[in-house]
Design a protein around this ligand. Structure first.
Ligand code: ADE
Ligand code: ZN
Length: 327
């Protein structure tokens, strides 16, 4: 369609993407066979049928099971290259991607294999597809503070610019940002950039904690921020960037219908909103699909869509000089 071509042509950055969430059923089956991993599915169709979620935890159970097929460095390389190839055709000029090392080290896959496989693909993808990128390591918030600290220590050799920041993901309810205040303070001392998922399922109070206690540089999701008017005003004033993920919110039942999605209200409140895909292999689409999913239901104009794309470049961790190439 005309709108699809318009969206694809706009230069944009993806700022909220879990590499493990870009594992397509085809690659999952291929790696399961190669690595002799038993899957609870026989066909691609069966896999896709299992992607029917009522909430975040429903999804996470399937997501952690899916990533079990990722075993060696080559698997993480293939996963990452497939993502970059896909989005390079959608106008993504820059991607700041997450991964969940604890989802792999807990299964006996060495941190170095995971990380180096991803980094080698990010380097090759820059050459092959012209997509610049950065890597952010996420802590699993359902695990302990101590386990997060151990992961931070294990990652230290890569804090020379290869892992640029840390994030916080997994089961939100019951695991407030405050649980990781000391880990994030330590990461800040190491000059790492800081992001955290907050207000996806959790209340606005979790968004406030991410900002005030963790001191995040960027906020992932943040949908429920609007429930706190004072906080919304503060974050509009401070220019905080929000990485919103429409198809994710729909698939995980954070919104009953795209017409009810808070993206437009967030924009109208003066928040710097971006559109992202979160876990595209599980939620039904990459960047263009996410833009298209909200364009009509929220009556977004072409100028609104262009603004969302400019926000993604401006809200990235690129230098001002690097940003100026794209805006
Ligand atoms: N891990 C992968 N995707 C996630 C999401 N949307 N929220 C929390 N943890 C995640
Ligand atoms: Zn996410």
């Amino acid at each position: 369609s005309d709108l699809e071509k318009f969206i694809t042509a706009l230069p944009k950055a993806e700022l909220h993407l879990h590499l493990e969430g870009s594992l397509e059923p085809e690659l999952m089956m291929e790696l399961a066979t190669k690595n002799n991993i038993e899957l609870p599915y026989q066909t691609i169709d069966e896999i896709r049928k299992a992607y029917d979620f009522s909430n975040l935890q429903d999804f996470l159970d399937i997501y952690y099971q899916g990533m079990n097929v990722l075993q060696g460095e080559e698997d993480f390389y293939a996963l990452t290259m497939a993502y970059l190839e896909k989005v390079s055709g959608e106008g993504v000029v820059h991607a700041e991607v997450f991964y969940d090392p604890q989802g792999h080290t807990s299964r006996g896959v060495p941190f170095a294999e995971v990380t180096n496989g991803i980094l080698r693909a990010l380097d090759d993808g820059r050459e092959k597809y012209g997509v610049s990128s950065e890597l952010i390591m996420s802590f699993l918030r359902h695990l302990s503070e101590e386990e997060a600290f151990a992961t931070l220590r294990e990652a230290e050799p890569w804090f020379d610019g290869r892992i640029i920041g840390v994030g916080l993901d997994s089961s939100e309810l019951g695991h407030p940002p405050s649980k990781f205040q000391r880990v994030f303070a330590a990461a800040r001392e190491m000059d790492l950039l800081l992001v955290a998922h907050a207000g996806e399922e959790g209340p606005a109070a979790y968004v406030r904690e991410a900002v005030e206690l963790l001191k995040v540089d960027r906020l992932d999701h943040g949908n429920r921020t609007l429930e706190d008017t004072a906080l919304t005003e503060t974050l509009a004033q401070s220019g905080m960037t929000f990485t919103v993920c429409p198809l994710s919110n729909l698939k995980l039942c954070g919104v009953p219908d795209m017409k009810e999605h808070p993206l437009r209200r967030m924009m109208d409140a003066g928040l710097k909103v971006t559109v992202n895909s979160d876990d595209p292999a599980y939620f039904g689409g990459y960047m263009t699909a996410n833009f298209l999913s909200v364009a009509q239901p929220l009556d977004l104009s072409k100028e609104d869509i262009a603004q969302l794309c400019r926000n993604s470049i401006a809200g990235s961790f690129l230098t001002e000089e690097e940003k100026s190439v794209h805006i």
